[in-house]
Design a protein around this ligand. Structure first.
Ligand SMILES: [Zn+2]
Length: 232
């Protein structure tokens, strides 16, 4: 056995790397998420459905024109997906987003999906300062890498602070976030098919507002993709 491998195993004994979904130790060759979790994650497979059969796409009908509405996983409470998202958002595990973005990008690429640019939903500057990073950035980066296209973290800007979101109904929430995104750099998005990405989709109001802002700024088309989406 070559020395670096022995050394890596030895270091692994002292600081075992664990699966970011189930917290069990990883085997050699496993990357952030163990083989068993990877096989059992609740994939939506929305990208394999015709557009009119995609339940996520239906949610945007009559709201904003979205070319493709995609989500890698189903959001289930108290399961692997919630654990993964918690690691990504609150435990500084940006690699969760990067790895899932890469895997999903490969799947989409294999199915012939094409976009020009990936744009993450921006965090409000105050939240960004508190957390230190935007949890949607690594997912955007992983997707862009696998799709072979650029990503632009500063294409959109969030204007207002929207706390108290949870106490509002969907309409109020839409009105609340509708005005808070603007395209920071028109030239970057004009004429492009932009893939807007976020960590979780619940009502879709945030992504809808981003899509509207991008289309208003001259994007040719907008698609959306999230790591996970919650069933209504
Ligand atoms: Zn696992």
């Amino acid at each position: 056995m070559p020395l670096p491998v022995i050394l890596a195993d030895f270091v692994g004994l002292i600081f075992p790397k664990v699966c970011l979904a189930c917290a069990e130790p990883l085997s050699r060759g496993e990357d952030h998420i163990c083989t068993s979790c990877r096989a059992q994650l609740p994939y939506t497979d929305y990208h394999l459905l015709p557009a009119d059969a995609n339940p996520l796409a239906r949610r945007f009908w009559g709201r904003v024109p979205v070319r493709h509405a995609l989500s890698y996983l189903r959001f289930l409470r108290r399961g692997r997906v919630q654990h993964l998202l918690h690691q990504l958002k609150y435990r500084g595990q940006r690699d969760v987003g990067l790895v899932l973005g890469r895997w999903y990008g490969h799947d989409l690429s294999r199915q012939g999906f094409q976009f020009d640019l990936v744009v993450p939903v921006p965090l409000h500057p105050r939240k960004l300062a508190k957390r230190g990073y935007n949890q949607s950035d690594p997912f955007a980066a992983g997707l862009a890498e696998s799709l072979g296209i650029p990503w632009q973290p500063h294409a959109l800007r969030r204007l207002e602070h929207t706390d108290s979101q949870t106490r509002k109904n969907r309409l109020e929430r839409w009105q609340n976030v509708a005005e808070v995104f603007e395209t920071a750099d028109l030239a970057v998005v004009q004429g492009k098919h932009v893939l807007v990405v976020d960590d979780v989709l619940t009502t879709g109001a945030t992504l809808e507002a981003c899509a509207a802002a991008l289309l208003a700024a001259g994007a040719a088309e907008v698609s959306i993709a999230t790591i996970a989406s919650a069933d209504r």
